[in-house]
Design a protein around this ligand. Structure first.
Ligand code: HEC
Length: 109
C-alpha cells in the first residue's frame, strides 16, 4: 500500500514537471530554437543542415520570410508547413512567440 502511494506521488510529480517543460521555464526563444528547430533550420536559420537540404528548406532569413508578420510566422509554426509538422501541441503559445522573436534576431544578422 505504502509503496504504491510513493510510486504514485513520484509519477504525478514527474508528469507535473514535464508538463511545465523545465528547460523552457524562462520562455527562452534561443533554447527552444536550439532544441526543436535547429536540426532542420540550422543554428543560423539558413536551413543548410543535412535534414534541411533533404527537405529543400528555404532560409528563415529570406526576404519572403522576413516580410511575413509575426502572426504569420506564429501560425506557420503552430500548424506546420510542407514536411514540418505543427508545434501547436508541442510548444506553448509563449514558447512559439519567443522562438519567432528569436528568428527575428537571426534575420538581422
Ligand atoms: C523536421 C524539420 C523541421 C523542424 C524540426 C522545424 N522545421 Fe520549420 N520548416 C521545415 C520545412 C520543411 C518547412 C517548409 C519549407 C520552407 O518554408 O522552407 C519549414 C518552414 C518553417 C516556417 C515558414 C517559413 C516561411 O516563410 O514560410 C517557419 C516560420 C518555421 N519553419 C519555423 C520553425 C520553428 C520555429 C521550428 C521549431 C519550433 C521549426 N520550424 C522546426 C522543417 C522543419
Amino acid at each position: 500500500m505504502m509503496l504504491r502511494q510513493v510510486t504514485r506521488t513520484l509519477v504525478v510529480s514527474f508528469v507535473a514537471i514535464s508538463a511545465t517543460g523545465v528547460g523552457f521555464a524562462q520562455g527562452n526563444g534561443a533554447t527552444v530554437f536550439e532544441v526543436k528547430c535547429q536540426m532542420c533550420h540550422g543554428a543560423d536559420g539558413l536551413g543548410q543542415t543535412p535534414v534541411g537540404k533533404s527537405m529543400g528548406l528555404k532560409s528563415l532569413t529570406d526576404d519572403d520570410t522576413v516580410k511575413k508578420s509575426d502572426a504569420d510566422l506564429i501560425a506557420l509554426t503552430k500548424t506546420g508547413k510542407d514536411k514540418m509538422a505543427g508545434f501547436a501541441n508541442k510548444l506553448s503559445d509563449e514558447e512559439i512567440k519567443d522562438v519567432v522573436a528569436y528568428i527575428r534576431t537571426l534575420q538581422k544578422k
